[in-house]
Design a protein around this ligand. Structure first.
Ligand code: FNR
Length: 357
């Protein structure tokens, strides 16, 4: 049973209170729109007109986080996911941020490199790149393409990829975003460096927790150098629940990472999980509780939360803000519905076929 089905109704007024995220940015409420890939960019991986309206319609969210947006062509792993490295993409995203701001909203871009979670068909025939040549089992969703064994990045290429994150951060500023969320979750490139299963390196980038967190921290620091720490956030999946295999040693890596991130005073850290009622032995329970224990900055909870359950979790100080994904697709007017206590439409995967709802 999902958490929302077992919810005890509670007044969600706490969710509608303003929240000071940083000295420069106060959110009108505590409900964020979670990042959600829609695979509907143009052939040049530029957001389309329907994307502009899709985000603007949800501008009353406390904060919008865009669908994951690739930092370079080698970062792609799904069809028609938008990028943020070319002039055309900056212009396309500028149309989104302008309309969201005109509607009174705030928007962070989620920056992304999929690493091994890709296929040569998206990469001009090249093999996907990863910390180590560790095969990923399974198929690219909604296609017949089987994942395979990626090519391990050499140290010069790792520096090059970090440069790409920095370039995308410059593009994010030019496109008018209010901040950047680094996609460090769900088994993609940053996450691949952070887990023992996918990081088998014995050089400066792997072999012990200090070296395994180095890639994430260097990306964070380079992006901070462009936009400042208060405009940088990160999403993490210590539970290894998706595109990843858990190892009992992972928890030490994340404890160290979270303490390093805490010192940088980021805008927030964001839990990446589909259902936060899942418990992980290696983490001693839920991902959100693990992150709360080891990170004292602002924490965004996520994972099958109804407004009622989220209000309880925030009242219990389990996290500070909540991000909501699927219910925001089903209910563009989610904030208004929470305010008036109206029933939410139930999400259905068929809703992914269109952006114009
Ligand atoms: C996602 N999710 C996701 N997460 C992320 O960090 N970047 C992304 O681009 C995507 N893309 C995506 C697409 C679709 C269609 C879904 C349903 C989900 C995960 C999402 O942000 C969220 O963690 C989960 O949906 C769980 O939250 P909800 O939906 O239960 O509120």
């Amino acid at each position: 049973m999902s958490q929302s089905e077992s919810a005890e109704p509670t007044a969600p007024h706490l969710l509608l209170e303003p929240f000071r995220l940083t000295p420069q940015l106060t959110l009108p409420n505590r409900i964020l729109m979670a990042p959600m890939t829609r695979c509907m960019a143009s052939d040049d991986l530029v957001p389309v007109d329907a994307s502009v309206d899709y985000y603007a319609r949800r501008a009353d969210a406390g904060l919008l986080i865009t669908e994951a947006t690739i930092i370079s062509p080698m970062g792609q792993g799904y069809p028609l996911t938008p990028g943020l490295y070319s002039d055309a993409q900056v212009e396309g995203w500028r149309a989104v941020t302008d309309k969201v701001h005109a509607a009174g909203g705030r928007i962070f871009v989620q920056l992304w490199h999929v690493g091994r979670v890709s296929h040569p068909t998206f990469l001009n025939g090249e093999l996907p790149l990863a910390p180590s040549a560790v095969k990923l089992d399974g198929r690219v969703p909604r296609t017949d393409f089987e994942y395979g064994t990626p090519r391990a990045l050499n140290p010069d290429e790792i520096s090059g990829v970090i440069d790409e994150w920095e370039h995308a951060a410059h593009c994010a500023l030019a496109a008018g975003f209010d901040g950047i969320e680094l996609h460090g979750a769900n088994g993609y490139l940053i996450d691949q460096f952070l887990h023992w299963h996918t990081n088998r390196r014995t050089d400066l980038w792997g072999g012990d927790p200090e070296r395994m967190i180095r890639f994430a921290i260097e990306v964070v620091d380079r992006v901070i150098g462009v936009v400042g720490n208060q405009k940088v956030a990160i999403r993490l999946s210590p539970g290894a629940h998706y595109n990843q295999t858990a190892d009992p040693r992972d928890a030490d890596v994340y404890r160290l990472l979270l303490s390093e991130l805490e010192a940088r005073k980021l805008a927030y850290a964001h839990v990446g999980i589909f259902d936060d009622s899942m418990e992980f032995d290696v983490l001693g329970g839920r991902v959100s509780d693990f992150m709360r224990r080891h990170y004292s900055g602002i924490l965004v909870g996520n994972g099958s939360y109804s407004p009622e359950l989220a209000a309880v979790a925030i009242a219990d100080n389990r996290f500070d803000l909540v991000s909501v994904g699927r219910p925001f697709i089903a209910n563009p007017d989610l904030i208004a519905r929470v305010r008036t206590g109206s029933q939410l439409e139930i999400y259905d995967e068929a809703m992914l076929a269109k952006l114009d709802e």
